[in-house]
Design a protein around this ligand. Structure first.
Ligand code: BJ8
Length: 429
């Protein structure tokens, strides 16, 4: 990474503290990613994107700002990127996947809270995230209680717009979400001074759909046995998707898929167990579970998470001639995301079963960030449904620290052995 100290200083960052983060990241990335064998050539772009995540991309975003663009940070896949783009702004999905920010988060939040929330608040409070520092506004949502209340704290530091997400999926809730998107459009127009029109909204819908399609193409390739790409690499691609320039991301993901299509012609069986991860998101640089699982005799072939299928499944229709038509299309697509903050949320269980078949998985690991109650409670339903289908399941609840890595490794090892032995025990909690 080049020298960006002047840029970071202009963003009001705590440079000394940020140096500590910058030192740790390349080391972790090197030992987890660069030690993998036989990686696709086209992963070089994503290596670069990660290496420059606090550098070149921040420079690019700030150049856009200098040219009058606004930058908007988001934390949840319910916030429609299409609206941000149609208003001529730059959208960034904020990281919040590092243990580094937990200590500062705990200065203003209770300790017994999900690490993702503590990390994003800590990143803001400590002024060590250049995306946060570059953002003109943060868009929150009323998904879980922790996030909902944490936005009140972030609001003490910068402008925040919170979207009220309904918690059920009745017809009136679709209407409510449509109204929320409408309010979000007004707020974006106010922020940017640009009008959201049918034309620019359709263009934005089309662009985000193309990004979804590129990710879907990558995931479809992972259905091959063995997968032509590691779970770690696929996770990195998705993590980069939240921060990168969209056109460039699509181009590089499609180039990677072209290469993987060639690879699948000559795949040799590896005998590795095929694993699905389901549960809470893994924001960059959270590679903990993937590195443990793929350090053993297994490959992760699909993530039913918001840094996985929930991010790209389902496109937004461009049918219609009015903003109201497009609002309905947006509401329809986004309300179909099966997050555990909804009740009931049976469609998520159905998705997991469907993916288990489509990706031909040998077992599922339920990944729960500590203190995430909605996903923790939903475990039981998933457990029952998978037991009915005789699909092995392992429950892992963890945070961002490395303290339990050894214990998780032992449990995953035992799980893989159990799958291998064909034992009748289907769930391990
Ligand atoms: S759509 S999963 S990104 S809310 S912050 S709910 S882990 S306690 S991130 Fe999420 Fe949107 Fe749902 Fe996806 Fe639990 Fe933590 Fe809350 Fe979390």
């Amino acid at each position: 990474m080049g020298d960006y100290r002047e840029l970071w200083s202009n963003l009001g960052m705590d440079l000394d503290k940020h140096d500590i983060l910058c030192e740790a990241l390349p080391e972790a990335f090197g030992s987890i990613y660069l030690t993998q064998e036989n990686r696709p050539e086209n992963m070089n772009y994503f290596n670069y994107a990660l290496a420059e995540v606090h550098g070149a991309r921040i420079e690019e975003i700030n150049e856009a700002k200098a040219n009058g663009k606004k930058v908007v940070g988001t934390f949840c896949v319910f916030v429609p990127d299409e609206v941000i783009l149609a208003a001529g702004a730059v959208g960034v999905g904020l990281c919040s996947g590092s243990q580094f920010w937990i200590e500062d988060g705990e200065k203003v939040l209770p300790r017994n809270l999900c690490p993702l929330i503590k990390a994003f608040v800590g990143a803001k409070v400590s002024r060590t995230c250049p995306y946060f520092q570059s953002s003109d506004m943060i868009v929150g949502e009323t998904t879980c209680d922790g996030k909902k209340k944490a936005y009140e704290i972030v609001e003490e530091y910068m402008p925040v717009h919170v979207m009220e997400l309904p918690q059920m999926k009745r017809e009136k809730n679709y209407e409510q979400w449509k109204d929320e998107i409408k309010l979000f459009i007004s707020r974006m127009e106010e922020l940017t001074g640009n009008k959201v029109t049918v034309e620019n909204l359709k263009k934005a819908i089309d662009l985000v759909n193309r990004k979804r399609r590129a990710l879907k193409r990558l995931y479809d390739l992972r259905k091959n046995t063995p997968s032509p790409i590691s779970g770690l690499d696929a996770l990195l691609v998705t993590q980069v998707a939240f921060l990168d320039d969209i056109e460039r991301f699509i181009e590089n993901t499609n180039a990677l898929c072209d290469e993987l299509e060639e690879r699948v012609k000559n795949l040799e069986p590896t005998g590795k167990k095929r694993i699905m991860i389901t549960g809470t998101p893994m924001a960059v640089p959270n590679w903990k579970l993937h590195s443990i699982v793929e350090g053993l005799d297994a490959e992760i072939v699909v993530e039913e998470t918001c840094t996985g299928t929930r991010y790209f499944e389902g496109e937004v229709s461009t049918e219609g001639d009015t903003i109201d038509d497009l609002l309905k299309n947006l509401a329809d697509r986004y309300m179909n995301i099966n997050c555990a903050c909804f009740t009931p949320n049976n469609d998520r269980t159905e998705d997991i079963i469907k993916y288990a078949e489509e990706y031909n998985v040998d077992g599922v690991i339920y990944y729960n960030l500590s203190f995430c109650h909605t996903y923790a409670i939903e475990y039981k339903k998933v457990e029952n449904a998978l037991a009915e289908k005789s699909i092995p399941l392992l429950n892992i609840e963890t945070d961002y620290s490395e303290e339990d890595s050894g214990q998780i490794k032992t449990r995953v090892e035992a799980f893989l052995e159990m799958i291998g032995s064909g034992e009748k025990l289907h769930t391990v909690s």
